[in-house]
Design a protein around this ligand. Structure first.
Ligand SMILES: [Zn+2]
Length: 395
């Protein structure tokens, strides 16, 4: 983090501020609000490029300021601080940044102390420090936002500023931000400690990768690159509650270990993640086989009671097990379910397989199995938490 508070930005002869840069050539982009727009094009294009040779001589030997390009979108003519992110400068209002981002509030105070300017005394308003900085002649302070804990791009910061400066874009639109935008919001909000944007982004990511609901056959499939991205974010920024659904995307791929495209995605995970997926897969396959081969009823008996109630065709345990396999378990169902147990559990439950049992199995016994299958779906999903959620505990 670097702040420059020692000198005014030099001015062109017409009083127009330019970005100071002692040693390298910088290209100034004109912003929409810049009065230069009203001049003729030839003059404008001639002035668009400014070199240090044209600038008034400097009066001290401060460290050179980092070169940057002006943001097209966020360059307020009357802004009082330039935040530089990855060589793009955003001219903004410090008071607004400090209002929403604890990071700027704290950094400004620390920098004021380091610069031997009057530090705020007990009870003194931080805005006094701002005024002091201003009176020292720093209308265009420069602030370089370093990346961390993950990489930070100028585009991330721009998306963050859009949310901060025009929150109505999300409130008024029925469209939620997509995953990429949410990740940008989260990365910047975490860095500058902006709780409002951080909560907004985290809530949306959790809705995209829900922890509480098992995946449904109705869900739009997510891609492995999306799953990779969310696992990376969950780990780097300690976002809890999204990883189980992301791991599931790997888990549900039938040819995960053999298809080259899937294997490439798998290889971007850590060894321990791959082992967890392998463990979970084996566990689900074991559960699927157990569920599929379990006949209806309780303790090997039919559940129908009372005279006049239609009972199952078979009453003894061995016959029930034998006929359940003959009536219900097919090789293709067994194999498909081993590949993607969640999907085929729900698909079978909602399909015709249970309906076709009505000829030889009673209604009570069929209902018992359907309930057991629905409960299995929830309990399998819960059991994945032990394997995957523990990898990303709450921060
Ligand atoms: Zn029965």
């Amino acid at each position: 983090m670097h702040i420059d508070d020692s000198e005014s930005a030099p001015s062109m002869p017409d009083g127009k501020d330019v970005v100071p840069e002692p040693s390298t050539t910088i290209t100034l982009k004109r912003s929409a609000a810049d009065p230069i727009e009203s001049q003729d094009d030839a003059t404008a294009s001639k002035r668009a490029k400014v070199t240090s040779a044209e600038l008034p001589p400097k009066t001290n030997t401060k460290a050179p300021e980092p070169p940057y390009q002006q943001s097209d979108e966020f360059w307020y003519p009357d802004g009082n601080i330039v935040i530089i992110v990855n060589e793009t400068g955003f001219r903004l209002f410090l008071s607004r940044l400090r209002q929403y981002c604890k990071f700027f509030e704290r950094e400004i105070l620390e920098t004021a102390q380091n610069a031997s300017l009057p530090a705020p005394e007990n009870g003194e308003d931080a805005s006094q420090v701002d005024k002091d900085l201003e009176s020292e002649g720093a209308p265009n302070r420069l602030y370089t936002l370093q990346e961390g804990p993950g990489p930070l791009a100028a585009m991330d910061f721009m998306i963050f500023l859009r949310a901060l400066e025009t929150p109505l874009q999300y409130a008024a639109s029925s469209q939620s931000p997509d995953q990429t935008s949410c990740i940008s919001l989260l990365k910047v909000a975490k860095k500058v400690e902006c709780d409002a944007v951080l909560n907004f982004a985290t809530d949306h990511l959790r809705a995209m990768w829900p922890l509480t609901t098992p995946p449904s056959t109705q869900d739009r499939d997510k891609t492995l690159p999306e799953a990779n991205a969310i696992l990376d974010i969950a780990r780097t920024y300690q976002v809890s509650g999204v990883s189980r659904r992301a791991f599931y995307e790997f888990l549900r791929r039938q040819n995960l270990w053999t298809k080259p495209l899937f294997r490439r995605r798998l290889s971007s995970l850590s060894e321990s993640d791959i082992l967890s997926i392998f463990r979970a897969r084996l566990d689900l396959q074991r559960k699927w086989t157990g569920l599929l081969f379990t006949p209806p009823g309780a303790e090997g008996r039919c559940l129908a009671i009372g005279r006049g109630t239609k009972k199952c065709q078979w009453s003894d345990e061995d016959a029930r097990e034998r006929n359940w396999r003959a009536d219900f378990v097919t090789q293709s169902l067994l194999e498909m379910g081993l590949g993607n147990p969640f999907y085929h559990l729900q698909n079978t439950l909602e399909g015709d397989a249970f309906k076709s049992l009505e000829r030889s199995w009673c209604a009570a016994c069929i209902e018992e199995r359907k309930s057991a299958w629905a409960a299995a779906r929830l309990s399998w999903w819960d059991s994945l938490g032990e394997i995957f959620d523990l990898k990303f505990p709450d921060s």
